[in-house]
Design a protein around this ligand. Sequence first.
Ligand code: BGC
Length: 806
Amino acid sequence: MINKQLIRTIAMVIITGAASSLNLDVNAQAPLLGKSSVKAVVKAMTLEEKVKLVVGTGKEFSMDFDKDKSESEPVPVVGSTDLLVPGAAGISFPIPRLGITPMVLSDGPAGLRILPQRPDDSKTYYCTAFPVATLLASTWDTELVYNVGSAMGNEVLEYGSDVLLAPAINIHRNPLCGRNFEYYSEDPLLTGKMAAAMVKGVQSQGVGTSLKHFAANNSETYRNTSNSIISQRALREIYLEGFRIVVEEAQPWTVMTSYNLINSVYTSESFELISKILRNEWGFKGFVMTDWYGGKDVVAQMKAGNDMIMPGIPKQIEILAKAVNSGALDVKVLDKNVERILTIMLLSPRFKGYAYTDKPDLKAHAQISRQAAADGIILLKNSNNTLPLNASDRKIAAFGNASYETFSGGTGSGDVNEAYTISINQGLLNAGLEVQKTLALQYEEFINDEKAKQTKPSDPLMALLMPPPPIPDMAVDMLSVKLLAKESDLAIITVGRNAGEGGDRKNVEGDFKLSQNEFDLIKRVTSAFHAEGKKVIVVLNIGGVIETASWRDMPDAILLAWQGGQETGNSLADILTGKVNPSGKLATTFPVKYEDVPSAATFPGKVIEQENAKSTDKKEDIVTAFLNPKPIEVTYEDGIYVGYRYYGTFGIKPAYEFGFGLSYTEFEYSGLKVETPDFKGKQSVTFTIKNAGKVAGREVVQLYIAAPVSKIDKPKYELKGFAKTKTLQPGESQTITLQLTARDLSSFNTAVSSWVADAGKYDVLIAASSTDIKLNGSFNLKKSIVSDKVNPVLAPKVTINELSYK
Ligand code: BGC
């Protein structure tokens, strides 16, 4: 059996061997990182060492992307990550003679993603699957997200990684984006605040984060060539704002640029985006890395300030060295890239020689995951107080594949290798409820048979590019349903959905819409159970928004459970039984129909057809399509009108609005005090929330601002603050104060490249959701204020036919 020490020794032999095969001058006098200044270390580095440091060393499915070669089989690259933390996504090049250690970079947003088992090792390396980011955002609880982050960060530390490739904070522009589950919200303020808490939590453990995917990566279709064509205003207000908040409030160690282009420039090659905005305007201090194989021109990436190319291929090393030798790349630029990487490396646990245990406290983290998932579950409907369950609601008929094969999270790099997932069925049993056994057996058999028919590619790259298609929901006949209705106290129907990187969802049956089987199931179960005077609860175990308007009238209650990580079933049972009172609210709108979505017509973009583009399911063709995707343009004609900004302004009624969520208790809002009638640089807003119901609970309160009419478009209202009360006992109150700054009143005015607050009357709306306004106040701004003047960069190269209310 190879033990860990031996694996590390082999790694060091390979690393040192690699150094000598490069003819590095192993010089005892050389300055050592940490002992000498970073600048002195950079000065002592050879050109070869510098270019190797800025190019990563590969990952388990590293490929030699040499397009001239006919075969594109995985090629092991020097210093494979497998020797340090198997399953990590990448590693930086170590240079022992200068004390430069490798840095291990691992996914991802819902928990650390490494291989749970290792050859010749009987130990396991499971990680905790935490709830997906959309669920975390639905808690509106920054303290909770900080705690999740610190548990996640602890696993990063104890399993020997240095940087977690998370959080991912792209905006939910369209419900069909395949990666929405990894992202927080349609609103940049909520996104920014929650992700800042995540970064602080993870980094509190002495490990780093990588804020991704910077920026405007809002679809997955042909993601490597997707050109996001966006106005400067929409970029600033919607797509960059969340990143700004996180960078300014939490200073992530690293930022990961995205695959796409913005206004025809790859983000990883954009000096304007990386150097002017991220570094100069926002004061980012860390280093920037590419997304895996992202961008095209490595020299441009270095010049833009994208310091590290991940996961790195040998050819890029060659190109960079040649560019320096020919003068195409100033070595001073490269030195700066290296300096930024080394500055962060000094903080990393591997550099500090941290003796990781491979034994994080998985039990404690499972509890954190369970609580977080319960706090992000949203009660969408609760007719006649169906929930929480009564003492007489004991025997449950659980329908729907996902009651048994419950989704803990999405697919791709956002997936976690957890030890177990508590299914909804198991969660019910754990809570002491009874489930219909024969029905459970039928479902389990059906799912096993369907799974046996699926073939999973053994090649990890192929597995990532081609996740198995979803198992269609089992059809249950009316006769069986009627029988079950007689024998059970109530029914639960779980609707499940899954998606992941590399592809977007479709507005079709079985995806955005319910499949016919699912629709029929809800119809049959509700009619049979209602005929017996029994209730039906629909549970949504989904990673992204689905259509609800056509069926939501049928069940008595609807719980949006999202994908709650490994404890999903237990968290759901906590809500069903009333152990936890639901307090989640929507971080993203549920429209009535897909066609109502403001980006429906422009998502996922217009493919620019290439001649001879092959499209078959042969491995070569799939890999070729991955390496040479068709160019695609996504024109963000919806501009700033994303999510509730659109529905509210244009008067389109959604199925469930942004900020919506019910509770088992009721809250009263009172006593709004707006500090000063005239805005004087800042404004505080105070109000009181009282639990006016019969059970303890927490309320998410939202502050929206309606700005005065202006020369430029203004959304009807925008979220400018939020808070979550502590647990309020019946009759208990809490007074909340929220602060507003001049920036909160401002819109981005492209003509002057500034954030401007126009003079006039500002309405302050204290609300339980984006349409449920509880308290109204206002104040005046006598003279307009320029709160921030910024670089006039990232201009679109074409005219955009942008949506306008004017
Ligand atoms: C994803 C990133 C991820 C990286 C490393 C890419 O395909 O887009 O989010 O961090 O792989 O696994």
